[in-house]
Design a protein around this ligand. Structure first.
Ligand code: PGA
Length: 253
């Protein structure tokens, strides 16, 4: 499929890490972002407690800041939850949805993730929707079935490249130091793009960004990011240090 101008996106998922003392690390990323402008898009998803301060620190720079989850309702009696509108109000411009840790820890279903993606759209946020198979599912040769099902169930019917990004994150590669072979990455990304084409049309599918996530590090970023149909990375552990995150961003740019 023709590769239209899909600028690579390097997104850092800080998960449940980061205190106020971590701000200088983010400020370093913001400082370096000016040199990367035009070459690669950067995003950081800190815990909610740091969202406002990071959004303020990135104002005028090219780093998108967002949340790691949202509720599907704009407000209401949902103790402990945060809405897409609240993320936008705090200065966030994006949200990660359906991360495998949320699917596992909180039993999030595809239908819930889809409702959250609709909420993100309503609030004007870019949604990074995560999909990926477990080790047992891959060993059983079911990775296409699982990922195809997650895409069908999690993406809203009006998903479009301007506000939805897909992240392929094999669960067995997250935080383990293991990565799929480059052939496996290219195969799954090609499969995802074909699924997007059959649902949203070839033209839209050529514009959707499909990120790879799972043990991306400075040492393996260049080869993963060069794989066909890989439009960036969702980075966990290696996004916590500005030096490593920026090395990955430079490998993309
Ligand atoms: P990792 O996490 O880079 O630490 O493997 C990736 C993710 O969970 O998004």
């Amino acid at each position: 499929m023709a590769n239209v101008a899909r600028k690579k996106l390097i997104a850092g998922n800080w998960k449940m890490n980061g205190l106020a003392a971590s701000a200088p690390e983010f400020v370093r990323i913001v400082g370096a972002s000016h040199g990367l402008k035009g070459k690669v898009d950067l995003a950081v998803f800190p815990p909610f407690t740091l969202l406002t301060s990071f959004a303020t620190a990135s104002r005028g720079a090219g780093v998108l800041v967002g949340g790691q989850d949202c509720h599907d309702k704009p407000s209401g009696a949902h103790t402990g939850d945060v809405s897409a509108e609240m993320i936008a109000d705090a200065g966030g411009q994006g949200v990660i949805l359906g991360h495998s840790e949320r699917r596992a820890d909180h039993g999030e279903t595809d239908a819930e993730i889809r409702a959250k993606a609709e909420a993100a759209r309503r609030a004007g946020l870019v949604a990074i929707v995560c999909v990926g198979e477990t080790e047992a599912e891959r060993k059983a040769g079911k990775e296409r079935d699982i990922v195809g099902g997650q895409l069908a169930g999690s993406l809203p019917d009006d998903a479009a490249p301007a506000h939805v990004v897909v992240a392929y994150e094999p669960v067995w590669a997250i935080g383990t130091g293991l990565t799929p072979t480059l052939d496996q990455v290219a195969e799954m990304h090609g499969f995802i793009r074909a699924e997007l084409a059959s649902r949203f049309g070839e033209a839209a599918a050529a514009e959707f960004r499909v990120l790879y996530g799972g043990s991306v590090k400075p040492g393996n970023a260049a080869e993963i990011l060069a794989a066909v149909d890989v439009d960036g990375a969702l980075v966990g552990g290696a996004s916590l240090k500005a030096e490593d995150f920026l090395a990955i961003a430079n490998a993309a740019g």
